[in-house]
Write a protein that binds this ligand. Structure first.
Ligand code: PLP
Length: 394
């Protein structure tokens, strides 16, 4: 089938898309409508933890689809309890609410913080968030986000999200008032260009929020479920937050997210929170399969090993071409290009069968599957080198 024959006009135009249609995926590889193969270091934006259509995910979905899909969240179902049990067994949290997207999980965290403020802090409702942060595209999560491009959109904004500069504790302290209920941040700002909150900052923020009785909420939608080489990104700093949100890699490619909290912070009462598809057995069975794979012996250590290989390779390319910093943790890595050639590089690389992401014009971000192989990293680096040559050509 020719690209022109696909009914593209039936879709809302929410983003520019290249003239190709993906029809099949396997591991680190994707095939388009014309049979062309691509090495994928975007993986649905850090979603496909085990790569495209892994057997473990396909089998879990097929088996659960035959058994039970949607009994309604007003009844218990086994996969949701199994997945919640896995999350709490491997974290400092005790309670889980499942959602269908990262933004929805963050909306839940915002509601939980407001409820906490209403119950414990005399009606405090503000949540301090950070410049350049990204928490989603619902009205409240756009207001919570510090993404500059969101500022003029969809006014009036949901109020109550004063912004501090990341890694600046004094800036956070200045924003704390009797209206403050919580502080929310990404352990590594993903969309901003893989900008880490330093371990010292996270520790200081934990001390400060504890002293003031505020909730510390970590948005682990991009960094959670192994992406940084530890199960949760906050573990690198050795802190224990009150609330965590998960999405992306939790379902390994299917829509699954979670709001996770300590017993003390879990202050929702019946009627406060819910949703038709939330915690349905089909998606949570997928989540169980992904968690089992990520928790298997050696899996997390291998993310660190492959992350080092990727980082070293990118550093070598950076030196060779006079590019900038390589930063990140595990398999969430960015290369600073020092000039705004990101979009051109993405296009040139795609023509040669490599998918990479440029969240900022001067930056590339690499988010391969968590089980990416050495030879796939090496092949990516070769293709990237060719793309840099081509993009630099006049
Ligand atoms: N929070 C972070 C840190 C993210 O990276 C994203 C998505 O990129 C979101 C929230 C929103 O998740 P979703 O797109 O599933 O709503």
């Amino acid at each position: 089938m020719q690209f022109e024959q696909f009914p593209t006009q039936a879709l809302m135009n929410i983003t520019p898309r290249p003239a190709l249609v993906f029809v099949r995926g396997e591991g680190s590889w994707l095939w388009d409508h014309a049979g062309k193969r691509y090495l994928d270091f975007v993986q649905g934006w850090a979603v496909n933890s085990l790569g495209h259509s892994p057997a473990a995910l396909a089998e879990a979905l097929a088996a659960q689809a035959r058994l039970l899909v949607s009994p309604s969240p007003a009844f218990y179902n086994q996969p949701s309890m199994e997945l919640a049990r896995r999350i709490v067994a491997h974290s400092p949290f005790q309670r889980v609410f499942f959602a269908n997207s990262g933004a929805e999980a963050n909306e839940g965290a915002i509601k939980l913080a407001r409820k906490w403020g209403a119950l414990r802090l005399g009606g405090a409702h503000e949540i301090i968030t950070f410049t350049d942060s990204f928490h989603g595209r619902t009205l409240a999560t756009m207001a919570a986000s510090g993404k500059a491009a969101f500022r003029p959109l969809f006014e009036p904004k949901v109020p109550g999200f004063p912004k501090a500069a990341l890694n600046d504790l004094a800036a956070v302290e200045r924003l704390i008032t009797p209206r403050t209920a919580a502080v929310m941040l990404e352990p590594i700002q993903g969309e901003a260009g893989v900008i880490p909150a330093s371990d010292e900052f996270l520790r200081a923020l934990r001390r400060l929020t504890r002293e003031r009785g505020l909730l510390l909420i970590v948005d682990e939608i991009q960094t959670g479920v192994g992406r940084t080489g530890k199960l949760w990104g906050f573990e690198h700093a050795g802190v224990e937050p009150d609330v965590m949100t998960l999405g992306k890699g939790l379902g390994g490619g299917v829509p699954l997210a979670a709001l996770v909290a300590t017993e003390a912070a879990s202050c929702f009462e019946p009627g406060d929170q819910g949703g038709t598809f939330n915690g349905n057995p089909l998606m949570t069975a997928a989540g169980c399969a992904i968690m089992d794979a990520v928790l298997a012996p050696g899996f997390l250590a291998n993310i660190e090993t492959q992350g080092r290989r990727l980082t070293q390779g990118l550093k070598a390319l950076s030196e060779k071409f006079g590019l900038g910093e390589v930063r990140g943790r595990g398999l969430l890595v960015a290369l600073d290009l020092k000039s705004d050639i990101g979009t051109k590089l993405v296009e040139v690389a795609r023509e040669d069968g490599l998918l990479i992401n440029s969240p900022r014009p001067h930056l590339l971000r690499f988010m391969p599957s968590l089980n990416v192989m050495e030879d796939e990293i090496d092949r990516m680096l070769e293709l990237l080198e060719t793309a840099i040559h081509k993009a630099a050509a006049p």
